[in-house]
Design a binder for this molecule. Structure first.
Ligand code: ADP
Ligand code: MG
Length: 463
């Protein structure tokens, strides 16, 4: 019928606009490299902030003692307790607890959020078992992973530049987040010292390096997306401090804020951005990360329902609600391998209250998921190529056979296998067979938590 044809036309047009041929991905990668240079050259020189992390030494394996870590950056936060045993013992013991953040705290006040976190942390500290002993007179030390853009002023202090990923707490912007946490811990009577402030990419890089010396970069694909890598200190013109002994500095790219005219942005992405909490910002993130992929699918389905009666004569009311269709649901539909696509059918029914969908309709939904996931995955691969180019590791030099590893983390990478396999095959395609052999991508499961504890240790006040 005419309606079906109209729905297919909407889908086809979306697919065309989402196209990521290799030539386009190379342009995106080149633009990424250019912006990296610009962001390193001067403060505010690029959409890519290329933030100096003050981490100039990555873990060696010698780290020892009891350390805490706190990971805040998405819908949950986690508290960790890690017993490090040096070269021999490595990670002797690791305990972790995950706490969800009530949505109202994500848009409330700074004190409310940090009080909630400090309270959960205090409860966790209280569960320290008998066999754990802190040296007498010593304060507990914490690595604080705070995954929002922060302008660091030292390894253990930094001011929040802006919120992302659905957080919006106005009175915290511009504040030193370590100060905010420390005061909240004091209010709760918790005696703990923050020795390192990092974000999840730096934590993943540190955790990845602890286990594998070849790790040179880390990429997060979770609720949001970001990357960090090891830069040569003399290649950072905007750094006016002393050159670190190591000659290296870890850079937090904040690549979620990357944008370029080469990015395939559609009308749906523009509308999503216009209605977001951070209009005009985090454009790369809005094309790639877990917070947004399901929402993009919802927007296209909504258009198909409204303009082509794709789900019948009335637009399903649930389909109008922003963010009802979450990326894990999208992923479940995308991976549905049953002959009648019953997972797709039940997701449409349970989440969107659309019942009795035909197989033909379900197939279209899967196709739509594929278009959105494929674009995100291929753009992520282009971003990684951008980093490799910056480091000169996108080519094999004569006789050089150096391996490089990229530590990956985040729920999207970990659980959305069609996304991660597409990203990896695209990177192979971009690099070619020979170079691909020298680049390893590895899941650094919870590397960020361990990484924070390791950096807390290497920046201990007792060293
Ligand atoms: P965060 O990024 O918030 O620190 P995670 O790394 O655990 O947390 O990533 C969580 C995100 O990963 C979710 O917001 C969701 O977008 C995505 N995700 C989680 N599970 C799945 C899944 N099964 N399929 C696809 N995406 C998933
Ligand atoms: Mg995380």
């Amino acid at each position: 019928s005419g309606k079906w044809a109209r729905a297919m036309a909407i889908l086809k047009e979306f697919e065309d606009k989402c196209g990521t041929p290799i030539s386009k991905l190379r342009q995106v990668a080149d633009a990424m490299t250019v912006e990296m240079h610009a962001g390193l050259a001067s403060e505010g020189g690029s959409k890519l902030k290329m933030l100096i992390s003050y981490v100039d030494n990555l873990p060696t394996g010698d780290e020892e003692g009891l350390f805490y870590a706190l990971d805040l950056g998405g819908t949950n936060f986690r508290v960790l307790r890690v017993q490090l045993g040096g070269k021999e013992g490595r990670v002797v013991k690791q305990e972790c607890e995950e706490v969800s953040i009530p949505p109202h705290l994500m848009t409330g006040t700074s004190d409310e959020l940090f009080d909630y976190i400090a309270e959960a942390l205090a409860k966790f500290v209280a569960t320290e078992s008998e066999d754990i002993h802190l040296s007498p007179g010593r304060q507990r030390e914490l690595g604080f992973t705070f995954s929002f853009p922060v302008r660091q002023t030292s390894i253990a202090s930094g001011n929040l530049m802006k919120w992302t990923k659905g957080f919006f707490i106005e009175d915290a912007v511009g504040q030193d987040v370590v100060g905010e946490l420390t005061r909240a811990m004091e209010r709760k009577g918790l005696d703990m010292h923050v020795t390192a402030l990092i974000n999840d990419t730096i934590g993943t890089l540190a955790g990845g390096r602890y286990y594998n010396n070849d790790v040179i970069a880390a990429v997060i694909l979770g609720t949001g997306t970001n990357a960090a890598y090891v830069e040569r200190a003399h290649a950072i013109p905007k750094w006016h401090g002393l050159l670190p002994k190591s000659g290296e500095m870890v850079i937090n790219m904040e690549w979620g804020n990357f944008r370029s005219s080469h990015l395939p942005v559609t009308e749906y992405d523009q509308a999503l951005d216009a209605e977001s909490l951070n209009v005009g910002e985090q454009i790369f993130e809005k094309l790639i990360s877990g917070m947004y992929l399901g929402e993009i699918v919802r927007r296209v389905l909504h258009k198909m329902a409204e303009e082509a009666s794709f789900f019948g004569d009335v637009v399903p009311p649930k389909l109008q609600i922003p963010f009802v269709l979450r990326t894990p649901h999208m992923s479940a539909m995308h991976h549905d391998s049953s002959p009648d696509l019953k997972v797709v059918g039940s997701k449409l029914k349970d989440i969107l209250e659309i019942s009795n969908t035909s197989l033909k309709t379900r197939k279209i939904v899967v196709e739509l998921c594929d278009i959105v996931a494929t674009r995100g995955a291929r753009l992520s691969a282009a971003g990684i190529l951008g980093i490799l180019k910056k480091l000169g590791k996108d080519m094999v030099r004569n006789g050089e056979k150096q391996r490089s590893a990229i530590a990956m983390d985040g729920g999207l990478y970990e659980h959305y296998s069609k996304f991660s396999s597409c990203m990896e095959s695209t990177l192979k395609e971009l690099l070619g067979d020979e170079v691909s052999e020298s680049i390893v991508i590895e899941l650094s499961n919870d590397g960020s938590g361990i990484g924070a504890a390791l950096l807390a240790s290497s920046h201990s006040q007792y060293l």
